[in-house]
Design a protein around this ligand. Structure first.
Ligand code: GLN
Length: 496
């Protein structure tokens, strides 16, 4: 197989090819290294490459495969979001405050992947501390989407915060990638790049060793080329972990067993409140198309109401900054991370280290967070937001009486241009990207984005499937049916 044939493989077919010795992990890894060397100057998806480590891991995998041994992902080259602590490999969360941070330990999710035989190609770009929807808040610069609008050369965002993960998967710079989702950071970038992204139920994956943003919302998940690949990645990523008290002590089902199952009789909820004004007609049309596909496959379509949906974004943008301000208090220039050269007193060192190390969006969130948690405003904002969050979760609990999964659009638009002035000048315009995705984080539910079509300018659009707590299985079943029906085979044209 040629190098470009190798890098185009899905994770599932690559793993099969390795097991049946059609090619070696060393060959596959080399193909990805060449692809990254060619593409990364243009895309900026990787902020660090670990090619020596990758070659060593590939060699060890080939030895295992030769003996007929090896794990679920043996020899498969992956990209790792720079949010995951990787032992001995710089981990920055794309923030200046962590620019020289080299963890002495491994995150549970990456350890699980390595235990199953994965090879790490490098660390993937992201918004600083996963705060953003365009990957433009990264200390290491924006990521470029491999897709372009028809007839335009303008660079587009791959979405955020997992922009590096999405761009790398879409451009064949890894077989699959880890990502993370606090308000939509797996699903929105997946939708913007024609890839698949799933955020499992809160607690399915351990957060140990994931740089914290908002602990009650953060959840790990993969970005992949296909639904089957997502099932495979998730299988390795999920685990109970004594090192994370919020990780679930529940058996992890065989996710692949849910692929190819029938949706006959499955009740698919269509929430009235997700029909928003000002959404492009193409997105509504895609949603209708998705409904028709599922109906044709035998599902029962039911209208549902999630009445508190309109409060989800304001609620999220109180809770997430509140938790972030608390989590980010640990970066004080003393224990690890950036320390200033300027200042006389301890307070000077704290203040200067933090003001030099953090970027603008992170500072905005710290200020909002400390404000809503302050003595005078705690009840008015933070406690109120917690109550609204409860209502949003109850909306779903009620909906599950009449449906088994929910189908919505994944994003309110296709990928937009990097440097979009309106979104850069008005943070709220940027926050609106998450209008369809934040509810599942607030309610702790699994959600998946599946590519379902192209808009008029040839850019990918995604649909979102939301499931009951712990029912990733039905999400995968429905995602797979949509994937089959959509037959999404479009690929970005190579310009890099
Ligand atoms: N875009 C959202 C934010 O900026 C969500 C980010 C995420 O899911 N990490 O907070």
């Amino acid at each position: 197989m040629s190098k470009s044939e190798l890098t185009r493989l899905t994770l599932t077919s690559a793993v099969e090819g390795l097991k049946s010795k059609q090619f070696s992990s060393a060959e596959l890894t080399d193909a990805f290294i060449s692809a990254i060397e060619t593409a990364n100057p243009a895309l900026n998806a990787y902020v660090a490459t670990t090619f020596d480590l990758a070659r060593d891991q590939a060699k060890a995998s080939d030895a295992k495969l030769a003996r007929g041994e090896g794990g679920r992902l043996e020899g498969a080259p992956l990209g790792i979001k720079d949010l995951y602590c990787t032992k001995g490999v710089r981990t920055t969360a794309c923030s200046g405050i962590l620019e020289n941070f080299v963890p002495t330990y491994e995150s549970t999710v990456t350890q699980n992947l390595f235990d199953d035989g994965a090879v790490m190609l490098g660390k993937l770009n992201m918004d600083e501390f996963a705060m953003g929807s365009s990957n433009e808040t990264s200390k290491w610069g924006a990521v470029t989407n491999p897709w372009k609008s028809r007839g335009s050369n303008a660079p587009l965002t791959p979405g955020g915060s997992s922009g590096g993960s999405a761009s790398a998967v879409a451009a064949d710079l890894c077989l699959a990638a880890t990502a993370s989702d606090t308000g939509g950071s797996i699903r929105q970038p997946a939708a913007f790049t024609g890839t698949v992204g799933i955020k499992p139920t809160y607690g399915r994956c351990s957060r140990y060793g994931m740089v914290a943003f908002a602990s009650s919302l953060d959840q790990a998940g993969p970005i992949t080329k296909t639904v089957a690949d997502s099932a495979l990645m998730l299988q390795s990523m999920c685990s109970h972990d004594a090192k994370d008290s919020t990780s679930l002590n529940m058996p992890v089902p065989d996710f692949s067993a849910f692929l190819g199952k029938s949706v006959k009789g499955l009740r698919v909820g269509i929430p009235d409140e997700y029909r928003l004004d000002g959404i492009p007609a193409e997105i509504d049309a895609l949603w209708e198309q998705g409904i028709a596909w599922l109906k044709d496959a035998g599902a029962e379509i039911v209208r549902i109401s999630l009445p508190h949906t309109k409060y989800a974004l304001p609620c999220y943008y109180i809770i997430a900054p509140a938790e972030a301000s608390s989590n980010l208090a640990r970066y004080d220039g003393m224990r690890y991370g950036h320390r200033t050269d300027h200042g006389q007193s301890l307070t000077d060192i704290y203040e200067n280290s933090r003001s030099e190390g953090f970027g603008k969006e992170v500072k905005r969130r710290i200020m909002i967070g400390t404000y809503v948690l302050s003595a005078g405003f705690y009840d008015a904002y933070y406690v109120k937001a917690l109550k609204v969050r409860r209502r949003i979760a109850e909306d779903f609990t009620n909906a599950w009486n009449s449906c088994d999964v929910v189908l919505t659009p994944a994003t309110p638009s296709a990928a937009f241009e990097l440097g979009d002035t309106q979104k850069a000048a008005d943070p709220v315009a940027m926050y609106l990207n998450d209008v369809f995705t934040v509810t599942t984080n607030l309610a702790g539910l699994p959600g998946m984005a599946v590519p379902a079509g192209l808009d008029q300018s040839g850019l990918p659009l995604g649909l979102q499937v939301i499931g009951k707590p712990l029912d990733e299985g039905s999400v995968l079943t429905v995602g797979h049916v949509l994937e089959q029906a959509a037959g999404f085979t479009a690929r970005p044209e190579k310009w890099w």
